[in-house]
Design a protein around this ligand. Structure first.
Ligand code: AMP
Length: 254
């Protein structure tokens, strides 16, 4: 596997799969890499903690970083190229062009400017890597829907694949941010997947989820229509850590 930092040093061949990430790899990331490995000739994983998608109150500074470990895990998953650009490479001095995303509810309302940062960096990554297919996780279902719409709206011609959320045995969705949780907070965090599961089959999914978020500070619980899918999505805080999760109510995300 090659670690590449410069756009012009990227060399791909055949069908190209891209897995955009912010690093601190876990099984969720690795499941996307393995799918790309099975379906593509060249697998590129991007590793870039994108400042543009963090708000002022967000955790950019403390976001977990371990490139050496990530490079080892990516190589083991059969990745050909780890594209790990510098912030200067992605946002050179004088950078002034952004993708403006119209999106309401969920993460869009809770984190103003978040999807603008996500869409901009993904458009840049698509232009740099020129993938045939890009892989995303259902864990961030609204993000996947925003990106799918961007691909359609801006005629990007990239196929998007959205793969199921990978969870720990007890149901907690894997997330790089789980590393922030103490043992006790992790126990509290379990209420999030459990509440969504209770909400999934309830007559009033939002009320049932809210009622079961024991000990968690909910930011939102909403039913979101994302393309052909309807999902029950929630964000909540455990101490200083923000967690999101969702379950499918109807339709399909893939
Ligand atoms: P991140 O590094 O958190 O930006 O995530 C990179 C990609 O991995 C995104 O497409 C996420 O949706 C996906 N991802 C993150 N967590 C999971 C998970 N638990 N299961 C599946 N995909 C995930």
């Amino acid at each position: 596997m090659n670690v590449v930092r410069k756009t012009e040093a990227l060399r791909t061949r055949g069908r190209v799969g891209l897995v955009p990430t912010m690093g601190a790899f876990h099984e969720g990331h690795l499941s996307l890499m393995r799918a790309a490995r099975a379906e593509c000739d060249t697998v590129v994983v991007s590793l870039f903690v994108n400042p543009a998608q963090f708000g002022e109150r967000d955790d950019l500074e403390r976001y977990p970083r371990d490139e050496e470990r990530d490079a080892r895990l990516a190589a083991e998953a059969g990745v050909d190229i780890l594209f790990a650009p510098t912030a200067q490479e992605m946002y050179p001095d004088g950078f002034a062009t952004w993708v403006d995303v119209d999106e309401d509810g969920g993460e869009a309302a809770a984190r103003p400017g978040h999807f603008r940062g996500v869409a901009t960096v993904c458009l840049k990554l698509f232009n740099i890597v020129r993938p045939d297919v890009a892989y995303f996780g259902q864990k961030d279902a609204q993000q996947a829907a925003v990106l799918r719409r961007m691909v359609r709206d801006l005629n990007l011609g990239v196929q998007l694949r959205v793969l199921p959320t990978v969870r720990d045995a007890d149901g907690l969705a894997l997330s790089s941010r789980n590393a922030y949780l103490s043992a006790r907070e992790r126990e509290t965090a379990l209420a999030l997947p459990r509440a969504l599961e209770a909400g999934r089959t309830a007559a009033d999914p939002v009320a049932a989820t809210r009622a079961a978020l024991n000990g968690l500070e909910p930011e939102y619980v909403e039913i979101l229509t994302l393309g052909d899918a309807t999902v029950l999505a929630a964000a909540a805080r455990v101490g200083s850590t923000r967690l999101i999760d969702n379950v499918l109510l109807e339709g399909a995300i893939a």
